[in-house]
Design a protein around this ligand. Sequence first.
Ligand code: AMP
Length: 402
Amino acid sequence: MDILVLNSGSSSIKFQVISMPEEKVIAKGIVERIGLEEPFLKYKKGDGEYQKFTRPDKIDHKIALQWVLDTLTDKEIGVLESLSSIGAVGHRVVHGGEAFSGSVLITDEVIKALEDNIELAPLHNPANLMGIYACKELMPGTPMVGVFDTAFHQTMPKHAYLYALPIELYEKYRVRRYGFHGTSHRYVSQRAAELVGKPIEELKIITVHVGNGASVAAVKYGKSVDTSMGFTPLEGLVMGTRCGDIDPALPIWLQRKFNMTPDEVDQYLNKKSGILGLMGGKTYDMREVEDGYLAGEPDATLAFEIYAYRIKKYIGAYAAAMGGLDVLVFTAGVGENSPPLRELVCRDLEFLGIKIDKERNNVRGTALISTDDSKVKVFSIATNEELVIARDTYEIVTKEEK
Ligand code: AMP
């Protein structure tokens, strides 16, 4: 069965077609600049090269999805005989709130629950819903599954997910820590257990997902027991343009000092801070920051050190939270590709049983990077959220059919 995996953002739709159960990617791509001038579609078949197509009109999510479907079924460049070859669609959904602790078949009730969650994820859920509405219209009758970024973290205990705020804020408004990137933390923790050759139920694992967004998770015996993102993806690590943990009094200070509106504070902390802020607005691309660090440039070195130090603190905290550590995993754009970052994070962590092998660490993608005598096995693992979405979708729709 071919599964269409969709990740609808506010101005883009990422897609993959994955044949299941073979887990073979037969096509993938992205439509960018939805709602803006000069939208374009990048597309490739299997192992082929990317092709880029442009169009002059402004498009919405429905037209963008139609463009994807037309491309996938095109006689010359397509990979599908017709739309009916798509057995199901798997949607990435950012916020499932407390309603979803696993992936689900999308019904009208599920759509309603997602609409109710918009207040919790105003930046992401509306875009995810656009993808769902577009599919419903263009592919009626094709089952859809929702896979939530928050679901994996629904196992967090109350003492980890509650803030020390008046309890009615949680009871009435569900203000609590949710955590995100759950699909990635789940995938790499399972992959790490496979690579170690032990059941995940016997392992204490810390997964460090560092890309443009970044979060750490404590995965104890297969379950997420804590994670660094909270009520929103702003909490925790230093990210490309987000500040991560700060004194909660600071936004109030910003409002008073600069007369900022709530929206301006939101933009300031989410879009102008993090690496971008530390680099004086010059860049948030970690490749450039890494180059600057290696060349000894002062601003890049400081930004890189702050970024690594925050990760190191969370590793210490989560080892304490789990009462030990067996496996440490680095993943996502920076985690998979930056040996200097992994080296700096793990430096001086021998007391925790973490020893990096310099040669082994000099890799990109999936590999063991710790020494043979390191008590904690350290890995770089390429994440694959689309594969998890395809697996969950396939499992749910084939179970429904049985
Ligand atoms: P992601 O959000 O997972 O796609 O990750 C994007 C981030 O990964 C960007 O900040 C990139 O600069 C960063 N990245 C990609 N390749 C490298 C690399 N070789 N070294 C350092 N950072 C990288």
